[in-house]
Design a protein around this ligand. Structure first.
Ligand code: SF4
Ligand code: SF4
Length: 622
């Protein structure tokens, strides 16, 4: 039985050692989940990995949708017919989904609908560290935040119940630490799925025409105020200290660090842990503050709780001395750790910090390493060819716009690909918008999955405006960066010619772009020629650089017994260093004035053996 099958089939009371994301998926299955949809994004991806592995056995619908907005629409439609449904995404995915979410908040739902967002403090794999708790305020939707894998599983079931009871979507927010933390989780039985039911005419109107939205706005306010009265207080836990001088209020990952600091240093601080952070459990908060004159607020990212708690105290005329971010006891930025929380707590209490924050004694110290593209990665060949072509055409200063995916790593030396890299699908719009005066022609890079996600409108716009850009679609046949999920171009990764797959060529030609070629980036000569020709085109020109992800390819080659490695012939190697400086495959290093290939790292792609990389043709199959 596979690992994921074991999670699906675990019996009531069994204890599993799960990632927070796996606990969330199990919790959703226990809640009778019928439909789940997502666009993969770290740190939420493992929820989808589990569903993808078990959805047929679990008798549910699961899909990797084309983007987060579509994923939410799919889950919403299913819930409108009474089925429990879920959509999950990374924090920036919420920006994409929010257009639909803001209207769905008004229409409400029928079957439980949970919208999970996984935020990424410290930007481990993201372009920003936005705090998605603000979406709860913006949409007037309830927000639940777990602090442990066990809570992640249990709270998901609560989220479905609340969603169904109040006919409203519920936002479920984790952060990287909660999603990726592993812990013991006791499972409950799997609930029966709800039955599909049709609209009750006159009652269910999932239509945002102003006349309905006008009415629904009032209903939305009623729902959130009922949830505040009847549900929010259930999600609090008070952990009392011996003395009542100090209290701390926290939620999510902040609580986990706070609890460790309080217990490790034997601090006399009572803790109010909050599980539903919108609407806030005001009664519990006021009671706690009344009992504890000095309050420390521990939360990652924005002072979301702090602002609300300060306002609440003001409104209720409750005197409290509050220590938080707004008076500089804790930092606004980045993920918390033991050092940050200990330092903030000791500073609040006016105590000498027993350990120097600067030394980072309790947080793991890891030497900074620049992320690199894998050995054999086809993107490296594309970057190399484009850089070479730009140089040959005297266009080295052309502006290059890149996008979100593993190819974002092209921004590092020596490729220096990515003067712009803003958000999913933004590369083409930006490249098209660079004024002609800045550069004769721009170059744009976008991955296959990102192209489907939100790159297509940019290309339509580029065509309409005759944008002078060469668009290179890096089609590695998979959504690689988030863990090898399929996308519309490769719905069946084991059969890349499957009828299910949507050819990118058809889309580009359908838009009316006539200059479109498909090239294998491993063939540097062909790639160079294609890029060079594209520079002569008036208007947008598209090169589909198609070669499957090196990890997929490597696995297939090894399975077929075709795996080879390359080596440097020392006799032929002149020591010019071009293979290291210009191509920079991590398998190649420079020792004693000669290049050398580490056979354990070599993927056998053979690109470095081409004369464009090694002018002396000193690299060959070992
Ligand atoms: S063949 Fe050359 S470029 Fe390809 S992985 Fe091996 S060392 Fe790197
Ligand atoms: S490019 Fe060729 S000749 Fe130059 S260092 Fe590398 S292997 Fe040696």
């Amino acid at each position: 039985m596979s690992y994921y099958d074991e999670i699906l089939e675990a019996k009531n009371g069994q204890v599993l050692f799960l990632l927070g994301n796996e606990a969330i998926a199990r919790g959703a299955l226990e809640s009778g989940l019928s439909t789940a949809a997502t666009y993969p994004g770290t740190p939420s991806s493992e929820v989808g990995d589990l569903f993808y592995a078990v959805y047929k056995k679990a008798g549910m619908h699961f899909e990797y949708s084309v983007n987060e907005k579509v994923a939410l629409e799919v889950a919403f439609a299913s819930s409108s017919l009474g089925l429990r449904s879920m959509v999950f995404m990374k924090h920036v995915g919420m920006n994409v989904a929010s257009d639909a979410m803001m209207s769905i908040a008004y229409t409400g739902t029928r079957g439980g609908l949970v919208i999970m967002t996984a935020d990424d403090p410290s930007l481990h794999s993201s372009q920003n560290e936005q705090d998605n708790r603000h979406y709860a305020d913006l949409s007037h939707l309830p927000l639940i935040e777990p602090s442990t894998p066990q809570e992640a599983k249990d709270f998901i079931s609560e989220a479905f119940d609340i969603s169904e009871k109040y006919m409203t979507p519920v936002i479920f927010r984790t952060t990287t630490m909660i999603s990726h933390e592993r812990g013991l989780v006791q499972v409950s039985p799997l609930m029966e799925k709800k039955k599909l039911s049709n609209f009750e005419s006159g009652k269910d109107v999932y239509n945002s025409l102003p006349q309905f939205a006008f009415r629904n706005k009032k209903l939305l306010e009623e729902k959130i105020s009922n949830i505040k009265a009847q549900e929010s207080e259930r999600f609090v836990r008070v952990e009392r200290a011996d003395e009542n001088e100090w209290g701390a209020i926290s939620s999510g990952a902040g609580y986990a660090y706070l609890k460790d600091v309080v217990s490790k240093y034997g601090l006399s601080i009572s803790i109010l842990k909050i599980g539903m952070t919108n609407p806030l459990p005001e009664k519990a908060i006021i009671n706690f503050i009344t009992e504890h004159p000095r309050i420390i607020i521990v939360e990652e990212l924005d002072p979301y709780l702090e602002e609300k708690i300060r306002a609440l105290c003001e409104l209720r005329g409750v005197d409290a001395i509050i220590y938080g971010k707004m008076n500089s006891y804790f930092p606004y930025d980045y993920e918390f750790n033991m050092d940050i929380v200990r330092s903030g707590v000791f500073k609040s209490m006016g105590k000498q910090d027993p350990q120097s924050f600067a030394k980072g004694t309790e947080s793991l110290l890891v030497a900074p390493r620049t992320p690199v593209l894998c050995s054999g990665c086809p993107h490296r060949a594309s970057f190399f060819a484009v850089r070479r072509a730009l140089k040959l055409a005297g266009m080295s200063d052309a502006k290059i716009s890149s996008d979100i995916g593993c190819y974002s790593l092209g921004a590092y030396e020596p490729y220096d690909i990515g003067d712009y890299m803003i958000s999913m699908g933004s590369s083409i719009g930006i490249a098209s918008g660079i004024p002609e005066a800045a550069s004769k022609r721009t170059v744009t890079f976008i991955g296959d999955s990102t192209f489907f996600h939100s790159g297509i409108p940019g290309l339509i716009n580029a065509k309409l405006n005759n944008a002078q850009t060469t668009l290179i679609i890096l089609d590695n046949r998979i959504t690689a960066m988030t863990g090898q999920q399929p996308n519309p171009g490769s719905m069946d990764p084991d059969d890349l010619d499957s009828k299910l797959n949507i050819p990118i060529e058809n889309i580009v030609k359908g838009i009316g772009i006539s200059s479109v070629v498909t090239v294998d980036p491993y063939n540097l000569g062909e790639m160079l020629h294609a890029v060079n020709e594209s520079f002569k085109v008036d208007g947008p020109s598209v090169i589909i650089s198609r070669r499957e992800c090196a990890i997929l390819r490597d696995a297939k080659e090894r399975k077929a017994g075709r795996h080879v490695v390359y080596m440097v012939d020392e006799e032929k190697c002149s020591g010019c260093g071009k293979c290291v400086e210009d191509f920079a495959c991590p398998a190649i290093s420079f020792k004693g004035g000669k290049a050398s290939i580490d056979p354990d790292q070599c993927d056998g792609c053979g690109v470095c053996s081409e004369r464009y990389v090694c002018p002396f043709q000193a690299i060959e199959v070992a």
